[in-house]
Design a protein around this ligand. Structure first.
Ligand code: AMP
Length: 210
């Protein structure tokens, strides 16, 4: 199954992507994680992306389209994939269509803006393996340490309150129109994000069957 997860920053796309990945054994592909990895490795693409990411703006379409085009040719995508954080603009969605990629379903996780700031301020990430945690809702076994790889957990610079508002604005202006784009194709499924991760996951799994 080829899936897209849509939703505002902090809506819980990454967590739901992990859950679907476990359930269906298909890779979760996060352009945000790939860009952060490029930044951590100091590659040219990472350096290019840094100023956009730190400002809460989108990285130029051609950069992320290039990343996805290459990633989707990998062997592990043969039986399907989950795109987390791509597409984020109409041109990105069109590029995906033009690559001949067939999308089965788009799961849109809805969380009101008022709740986003609180969610993001408690979010902690592992820069090494990309796993995400939350100081209240999804605690690691040992505080500050990644359950998966043992690396240190940090707060993303773009999760700081001053950048969150810019990211939300960017989301509403550039990403939200994708809902209409996929609704017209009849493949959009809306999930109301719940306080409890397990409740959201139950709704997500149900939406996969609709
Ligand atoms: P995320 O981890 O998905 O919230 O992504 C973090 C940041 O990476 C975003 O705020 C953007 O600056 C950048 N980014 C990730 N995916 C995309 C995309 N599909 N298009 C443009 N920028 C992106």
């Amino acid at each position: 199954m080829n899936l897209i997860l849509l939703g505002a920053p902090g809506a819980g796309k990454g967590t739901q992507a992990e859950k679907i990945c476990e359930k269906l054994s298909i890779p979760a592909i996060s352009t945000g994680n790939m860009l952060r990895e490029a930044m951590a490795n100091g590659t040219e693409m990472g350096l290019q992306a840094k100023s956009f990411i730190d400002a809460g703006k989108l990285v130029p379409d051609e950069v992320v389209i290039g990343i996805i085009r290459e990633r989707l040719t990998a062997e592990d995508c043969r039986n399907g994939f989950i795109l987390d954080g791509f597409p984020r603009t109409i041109p990105q969605a069109e590029a995906l269509d033009n690559m001949g990629v067939r999308i089965d379903k788009v799961i849109d996780i809805e969380v009101p803006d008022e709740k986003i700031a609180a969610r993001l301020s408690g979010r902690r990430v592992c820069l090494k393996c990309g796993a995400t945690y939350h100081t209240e809702y999804k605690k690691p076994k040992t505080e500050g340490v990644c359950d998966v790889c043992g690396d240190e957990l940090v707060q993303r610079k773009d999760d700081m309150p001053e950048t969150v508002l810019d990211r939300l604005k960017t989301y509403h202006e550039q990403t939200e129109p994708l809902k209409g784009y996929y609704e017209k194709k009849g493949i959009l499924r809306v999930v109301e994000g719940q306080e409890d991760v397990a409740d959201t996951t139950a709704l997500t799994f149900k939406a996969l069957e609709d």
